[in-house]
Design a protein around this ligand. Structure first.
Ligand code: K1U
Ligand code: ZN
Length: 177
């Protein structure tokens, strides 16, 4: 059987404080099918190269509700593409996870979020699915869905911690030039 090979491209990742990272991404419709079909392989390639365990379309400048995730060990890939993901249930119980962000490079902080979530989404074949997650996958799904709403993990920190982290980022970015 002949298979269509989709060529993937590495996409530049926007760095905080790029204003696009603070915009709300719009729902994907059938009109976006062609764009999303090409975007998903590009997002996986960009996420694995970074390397990261998640990526949201706004991080590559596309204000569409698409995320990619893979929290599995490197040798057993478990790629997940989620179109129009929505959290339909979350636990009262919370968990702390150290988070990073490809748009806030080399800065990490503990973030408190619901420990378990149930997410409804369309997969890359536009099939309606639900996933229940805990641990790192739960944190990652919430982190990526936040990106679709213009929310960054630093927003959960105290103003003092957030300012320290963002100043460190600004200095590192300036020193890089
Ligand atoms: O959305 C992003 O910016 C990606 C981010 C996702 C994330 C990390 C940690 C907790 C929640 C969400 C990253 O992937 S940062 C890089 C990272 O965590 C990592 C990179 C390589 C191996 C393992 C982890
Ligand atoms: Zn992020």
């Amino acid at each position: 059987m002949l298979e269509t090979q989709i060529e993937a491209h590495l996409l530049p990742i926007l760095i905080c404080p790029d204003p696009k990272l603070r915009k709300v991404a719009r729902l994907v419709t059938s009109d976006d099918a062609e764009e999303v079909r090409e975007l998903i392989p590009d997002m996986f390639a960009t996420m694995y190269k970074a390397p990261g365990i998640g990526l949201a379309a706004p991080q590559v400048g596309r204000l569409l509700r698409v995320i990619t995730v893979d929290v599995a060990p490197k040798d057993v890939p478990a790629p997940l593409a989620l179109i129009n993901p929505e959290i339909i249930a979350k636990s009262e119980e919370t968990a702390v996870q150290q988070e990073g962000c490809l748009s806030i490079p080399d800065q990490y902080a503990d973030v408190v979020r619901p420990a378990r979530v149930k997410v409804r989404y369309l997969d890359e074949n536009w099939v309606k699915k639900e996933i229940e997650a805990d641990g790192l996958l739960a944190a990652c799904l919430q982190h990526e869905i936040d990106h679709l709403n213009g929310v960054l993990f630093v927003d959960y920190l105290t103003p003092l911690k957030r300012n320290i982290l963002l100043r460190k980022l600004a200095k590192a970015q300036k020193d890089k030039q």
